[in-house]
Design a protein around this ligand. Structure first.
Ligand code: SF4
Length: 660
């Protein structure tokens, strides 16, 4: 048995009820785990031409070598499949989820779970200490995610951890979630609908095993060391957040010692005491419950977009809980509000009988139910904002408004059908140079690229105004940020506004992409790794520090004693590069990914940035992505990895396929 990994991946074909086991070490350590092993399995198994709801679509639920251990923030798991929400056409991507199911899967004897096929009638999986059963789920079908999990606990015991879908997933809503506990969800990719298409209602897991560690005492030392790095919060931005210790703080995932957004506990227990509570989603919480209002633009060339959560505290929590129970992504509510606001502003008060009373909590309760059940006009909105914007005739909207409503929809969901999360343009502003990193991550990813971008985007909090925040959240002299970049990347000017030094800016973005692959594969929390920035206990501690450098070797320091395999940060980065290139190769082979697709995001970046007025023109954009292809070792004409690059990464077989 290997150390860190369990050594077994379960494979279930729901069509013929075939259950088998694959050796994890076919893929590890070269693809690490999580996102990395998933992309290798997809490369091996997923044929071109398969759609998200075809039985041939594959669902991969993967853990990593640190999952189920005490490694800080290691309680998360990765789900990968063809996403139905990707626009204009579905493709393969990923969506990770925290909680307790991933460690439980390892304790039950498996590193991962591959699901193909389609059951004839609704079923759920019962994975219990190495034994697997496909069980009848007729009684669960139609139930909300909370009731489903409660019933599974009643049947299989209180310690069971479940992933399940609600009515939204059963009805193939494009932004339906796979839910775990109250508030952990694989939310952005619409994977709830993929489970629904397979007639798979839930996966219930119970395990009493453990994870073998190569060097237990060395690993405990490493865990304590990393806990000290992260305990004050994800990074320096959070040092002023109130320090709350368990049990008053409830972290979203197993093995997380981080002082992460403790407001959740403060808000929620008054409303819910279901026993499923972990934590409200960070970003949605203020929008739902605090009535946070922001107007990002006020320019003639950019539509006015308002995000305002008017249900207020009680209504906001209820709206989000209803989303979670029905298995819907709350982000889509945040997208529908500003879109509907444009309808109302232009005098459209009703859509095929749906009164746009968007400042009323009742409107949202009714709307969310209609969408989850695809009732009436909810059937159109169940296909997301961007696709609904192509159905304005069906919605009987006056034709003179179509252009404006389509334009706003594209601002809200600017690329691949995903919300404009940290794009730096459209519905969010970010000062230069942060948006250049955002733009590069968006250009080349397969979804909204938060796992690449969270760490660099944290700096924006000291460049207000940002999200309507007028003052820096922390008093950090710019010199300290520059010194940090100097130490990490050899050039502090990377963080200066503007496009130069372009080579260094591009290399920095590529580095973050590789580190994103590492954390998504080990699996560690997106907020916390890599430790580019330190977190501090107080402003005084930060004032004393000459820079903000965290420890970018933290992952390697955990990995080596856990697995007994000597992989330095550089070795892990090479694995990250291998994973990123294999993702590109899969998208070339299955979806004809090319330079034109990479340019999808360009139109947004040609708009002036709100805070400093910088913008791209076509020439600068071309220069940026040419530079990117150069440092990636990709052909700049078709955006493919060169044969030499694939060979360097040990992917000769992949080169033979895409170059044949
Ligand atoms: S740092 Fe926050 S988001 Fe990350 S695992 Fe911990 S509680 Fe969850």
């Amino acid at each position: 048995m290997p150390y860190g990994w369990i050594g077994k991946i379960l494979r279930i074909d729901l069509t013929n009820k075939d259950i088998s086991v694959i050796d994890t070490m076919k893929y590890a350590p070269q693809f690490i785990g999580g996102r990395g092993i998933s992309i290798k399995i997809a490369w091996d198994e997923l044929k071109p031409g398969v759609g998200p709801y075809d039985p041939e679509n594959i669902m991969i639920f993967m853990t990593g070598p640190l999952t189920g251990t005490l490694a800080p923030t290691s309680g998360r798991g990765m789900i990968s499949s063809i996403s139905p929400r990707v626009y204009p056409d579905p493709w393969f991507t990923r969506s990770n989820v925290g909680g307790y199911w991933a460690p439980e899967l390892k304790y039950a004897g498996f590193d991962g779970l591959i699901i193909v096929g389609k059951a004839e009638t609704p079923v759920y999986l019962w994975i219990n200490d190495g034994h697997v059963e496909i069980k009848d789920a007729k009684e669960l079908w139609g139930k909300g995610t909370l009731a489903t999990q409660k019933i599974l606990k009643d049947i299989h015991g209180e310690k069971v951890q479940s992933l399940c879908i609600g009515p939204a997933g059963e009805n193939l809503v494009l932004f339906s979630t796979i839910q775990h506990n109250l508030s952990n969800a694989s939310g952005q990719a619409g994977f709830g609908g993929v489970m629904g298409s397979k007639n798979l209602k839930a996966i219930a897991i119970r395990g009493t095993g453990g994870v073998e560690i190569a060097d237990p005492s060395g690993f405990m030392e490493a865990c304590k060391y990393v806990e000290n790095l992260v305990k004050n919060g994800p990074n320096f931005v959070y040092m002023l957040a109130p320090k709350v210790a368990p049990p008053d703080r409830i972290n979203c995932s197993a093995a997380c010692p981080c002082n992460c957004e403790p407001r959740a506990k403060r808000n929620v227990p008054a409303k819910i005491s279901s026993g499923f509570l972990t934590m409200m989603e960070h970003c949605l919480d203020p929008m739902f419950s605090w009535g946070w209002e922001r107007t990002e633009y006020n320019r003639e060339d950019v539509p006015e977009i308002k995000t305002k959560a008017t249900p207020g505290f009680d209504g906001g929590i209820d709206v989000q809980c209803l989303n979670e129970d029905l298995g819907l992504s709350g982000w889509e509510y945040v997208n529908f509000y500003p879109w509907f606001e444009v309808f109302v502003r232009n005098g459209v008060k009703e859509l095929k009988g749906l009164k746009l009373d968007i400042d009323s909590p009742k409107f949202w309760y009714d709307f969310i139910r209609m969408v989850a059940n695809r009732e009436g006009v909810g059937d159109i909105f169940a296909d997301s904002v961007i696709r609904a914007s192509e159905r304005l005739k069906d919605l009987r909207v006056p034709e003179e408004l179509w252009d404006e409503l389509k334009r706003v929809a594209h601002f809200i969901q600017p690329a691949y059908g995903f919300p404009s999360h940290r794009l730096g343009r459209a519905a969010e502003s970010q000062p230069s140079p942060i948006w250049i990193f955002s733009m590069l991550h968006w250009a080349f990813d397969t979804r909204d690229p938060m796992s690449s971008h969270h760490q660099s985007s944290f700096i924006e909090y000291i460049f207000p105004p940002h999200h309507g925040v007028p003052n820096p959240v922390a008093n950090v002299p710019f010199k300290k940020i520059k010194t940090t970049y100097e130490k990490l990347f050899g050039n502090g000017d990377i963080i200066e506004p503007g496009f130069e030094p372009m080579d260094e800016k591009v290399k920095c973005a590529i580095w973050h992409q590789h580190r994103s692959c590492i954390k998504d594969s080990l699996l560690l929390c997106d907020w916390v790794f890599p430790r580019t920035f330190a977190s501090f206990g107080s402003q005084e501690e930060l004032d004393k520090a000459t820079d903000l450098v965290g420890d970018i070797d933290a992952e390697s320091k955990l990995f080596i004693p856990a697995t007994g395999i000597e992989m330095s940060s550089k070795d892990l980065e090479k694995a990250g590069e291998r994973i990123y290139n294999l993702e590109r190769a899969l998208h070339i082979r299955n979806y004809n990914r090319n330079r034109k697709v990479d340019e999808t995001i360009e139109w947004v970046c040609e708009l002036p940035e709100k805070t400093d007025g910088t913008k791209l023109d076509k020439d600068i954009f071309n220069k940026l992505i040419d530079t990117y292809y150069k440092f990636r070792g990709w052909n700049k004409t078709n955006a493919w990895p060169t044969k030499d690059k694939l060979k360097e990464l040990g992917l000769e077989d992949v080169a033979r396929v895409i170059y044949r």
